[in-house]
Structures are given as C-alpha cells and as structure tokens.
Design a protein around this ligand. Structure first.
Ligand SMILES: Cc1cc2nc3c(=O)[nH]c(=O)nc-3n(C[C@H](O)[C@H](O)[C@H](O)COP(=O)(O)OP(=O)(O)OC[C@H]3O[C@@H](n4cnc5c(N)ncnc54)[C@H](O)[C@@H]3O)c2cc1C
Length: 389
C-alpha cells in the first residue's frame, strides 16, 4: 500500500492557468496540489501587456469566439476583482498614414461593442478635435481622427496570486520552489516526484494538469508514458518601461516600421510600451529583451509621443507566447487555447491562452477531467466568486 499523500488533481505550474485550474478544481470540491518551480506568477504571467480585453485586432482574423469569450470574462473580472481589474479609456489615433481607415475602425468597434453584449462601457466615440491636446502630448501632425473605447488593465502577477489565494481559501495547497522531476502513471494513478530546496518528495494523484506555459513540452517529457505533445513555436514579446507618465489612458498605435499594433500604457506612474514578436528557440528561463526590440518600441513610442525622444528606458522584460507551429508571421496566428490529453487521458496540458480568459479555460479543463473523479461536495461557481484583496 503506497502511503504517499493522495490528491484528486496535481497541477504543474503556478502561472495564471495553474492558479485558475487550482481555483476551478477546488470550487468543484476536489483536493488539489499545485507545484511551482519558482515563485507564483513569475513566468509569462508577469510579462504580459496586463490587458483584460477582448483583443480588438483578433476581429480582423475572424477569431470572433475568442473575442466574445474574452469580453465575457472581462465582465466577470470587473465584477469579481474591482481592486485588480480596472476599466480604462483606450485611444485609437488615425493618422494620414495609418493603415486602417476611420470607417474600418468604426465598423470594428461596433462589432466589438456587439460582442461585449452592448453592456455599459462597451460603446465608443470620436474624441472632439478640441480635446486632442489633452492626450498626453500625442503628436497632432497628420492626425485625422481619434476613437475612444473601453477595455481593462490589471497587474498580472497580483491577479495570479489573488486567484491562487481564492483556490487556497477553498482548500487547495500550493508549494513554491517545487520542481516536478518526473511522474509515472500506473494502473490509472500518477506517482509524482518533485524536489524543493530542502528535499525530494512523492505524491499521488488521479489527474495531472500541465500548466507549464512555455515549458509545456518540457513538462511532458518528464511523464511516463511518454508523449511528445503538440509542436509549438515560442514567440518572444518584449515590453519597455519609460520614466515619464502617461495618465489619460491606453494608446493603441501602429509601429511606423511595420504597422504592427503597439500599446502605450500607464503603469505605476510610468509608461509601459509593448510588444514585439520574435521566434525564440532557447531555454524559456533565459528569455530576455534584445536591444533591437527595445529600439523598435522606443521609436514607436517617440514617433507618437515626441516627449519620449530623449527618455531613457528604465527597465524591460520579455515573455513567451506558446503558438501552434505553422508558417507565417506570429502576429496573424490563431490565439485560441488548446487542451491536449495524453495517452492515459488523465494528463491535460494547456497550450497558449490569454490571461483574460484564464477562468473560462480553467473551467473547461476541469470539465474535461470531471468524469475521472468521484463527485465531491460542490463549493462555488467561479463566475461569481470574488477574488480576495
Ligand atoms: C508578451 C505577451 C503579452 C501578453 N499580453 C496579454 C494581455 O495583455 N492580455 C492577455 O489576456 N493575455 C496576454 N498574454 C497571454 C498571457 O500572458 C499568457 O497566456 C499567460 O500568462 C500564460 O500563463 P501560464 O500559466 O500558461 O504560463 P506561465 O505564467 O508561464 O506559468 C507557467 C509556470 O510553470 C512553471 N513550471 C514550468 N515547468 C515546471 C516544473 N517542471 N515544475 C514546476 N513548475 C514548472 C513555471 O515556472 C511557470 O511559473 C501575453 C503573453 C505574452 C507573452
């Protein structure tokens, strides 16, 4: 008889998805252990653009269900975590040389409002020309129109910690600095080995959830029976932080170099600018911004806000998107999340995903392993669960 501790679900990875699955599992009454090799929210989930949004630009690639799901989740988060998720005015300036024309923008924003269920704050308007000079020093040269709509901003790492705290309130356990070494499935039960700074330990579970983010396939390699998982590209995205503040809202501009969308955002009294897209092939732990990416972002910011021309970059950071491997620019690849089951059907791996949709993704993961576990006492519906302060 194996006397190692038993859990219904063991989760590998303490980013937003690991925390979300811990919360969704505990809400169903399951016993949960989450293992994080570093500290909670130290991976991709503190390197994002920090936006809780539907993703206006995904309308152009026809990803309507993704946009609708994210806008729905934005609605829940604004209700359940008002201390962490805040609606912000987003400004979309249209210049003579901007690739999208005002009519196109108007149509896109109308569809966006529709997909948001025409709820309060889903509407947009054109900013009156008289007020353009109040937009943080936005360049007025060749400016033709400015649209204003609403989306939300968060602190991604604080959000991840709050979701995990919510999971813990419902009984989930989590260990930081605990790295999964290997796991083996025998007769429908996983034996899981992990090491902390002090010791090596073994636990058992019925289900394993691989929420390893950019390490997703590295985690899979440690499991028996072996499964190669899905082929992916890791796509690096960098942000820079500029000392001078942007206070009026979030600006959605086009890089003058390649016309990609770039956000210029207020961030704790400074300005955050991002992001880039660059295929990355190294160890996820070593991803870091390149000077080329930093220059690209600084050039974009100072093109639209001349006040940044002589500003130094205070800090920069890079994160990794997990995208399906395929030809073509990363910018236009689908961003939908995939839940992949291994041969045993009891290890579920999360590929890709959005910070915004973590709750829906996590609920979906739990739905896919529910049948493997006995019914437990239902605790809560995460759609209506307030996140702790
Ligand atoms: C540049 C960029 C900008 C983005 N902007 C936005 C945005 O504005 N809005 C939005 O909705 N989404 C955004 N996203 C997407 C979002 O940030 C990610 O989908 C999300 O953070 C991924 O979370 P995760 O939990 O899957 O991965 P991670 O946060 O990377 O977590 C995985 C964790 O697994 C741990 N781990 C790995 N291997 C092991 C092991 N063997 N043992 C134990 N632990 C292990 C890692 O240490 C890590 O903490 C952005 C992504 C990027 C890259």
């Amino acid at each position: 008889m194996n006397s190692n501790p038993f859990y219904d679900v063991v989760i590998v990875g303490g980013g937003i998805h690991g925390a979300g699955v811990a919360q969704a599992s505990a809400a169903q009454g399951y016993s949960v252990l989450l293992l994080e090799q570093n500290s909670i929210g130290s991976g991709t989930s503190n390197k994002s653009s920090k936006l809780i949004h539907g993703g206006l630009r995904y309308l152009e690639s026809g990803q309507f269900s993704l946009v609708r799901e994210c806008l729905n989740e934005r609605h829940y988060l604004l209700k359940n975590a008002p201390h962490l998720v805040e609606l912000k005015p987003f400004y979309l300036p249209i210049y003579k040389q901007t690739s999208r024309r005002p009519l196109q923008i108007q149509m896109g924003l109308s569809l966006y409002a529709l997909l948001a269920g025409l709820r309060k704050k889903s509407f947009f308007h054109r900013v009156s020309k008289n007020n353009w000079n109040q937009l943080d020093g936005l360049s007025l040269q060749n400016l033709q129109s400015v649209f204003q709509y609403w989306d939300a901003q968060t602190d991604d790492q604080l959000l991840t910690k709050a979701v995990l705290s919510s999971a813990k309130e419902m009984g989930a356990e989590a260990i930081e600095h605990a790295e999964l070494i290997c796991a083996e499935n025998n007769d429908g039960e996983w034996q899981i080995n992990f090491k902390t700074e002090q010791h090596q330990a073994e636990v058992r579970s019925k289900v394993v959830v691989n929420a390893g983010g950019p390490w997703v396939n590295e985690v899979l390699k440690r499991l028996t029976p072996n499964d190669a998982g899905m082929p992916v590209d890791l796509v690096q995205g960098t942000h820079i932080v500029l000392a001078e503040e942007t206070s009026q809202g979030i600006y959605y501009v086009e890089s003058p170099e390649d016309r990609r969308a770039v956000f210029v955002m207020p961030w704790y009294g400074e300005t955050l600018v991002g992001t880039t897209e660059k295929i990355y092939t190294g160890d996820p732990a070593n991803v870091s911004p390149t000077s080329e990416e930093e220059n690209y972002l600084l050039n974009t910011a100072s093109h639209y806000f001349p006040k940044f021309k002589h500003t130094d970059i205070q800090r920069s950071f890079a994160g990794l998107r997990v995208l399906p491997q395929q030809q073509g620019a990363a910018f236009s690849r689908p961003r939908e999340t995939t839940i992949y089951k291994d041969k045993t059907n009891s290890c579920l791996s999360i590929y890709g995903g959005k910070l915004t949709a973590y709750r829906a993704t996590s609920a979906n993961v739990v739905k896919q392993f529910n049948h493997l576990l006995p019914n437990r006492r239902f605790v809560a519906d995460t759609r209506y669960l307030k996140l702790p302060e």
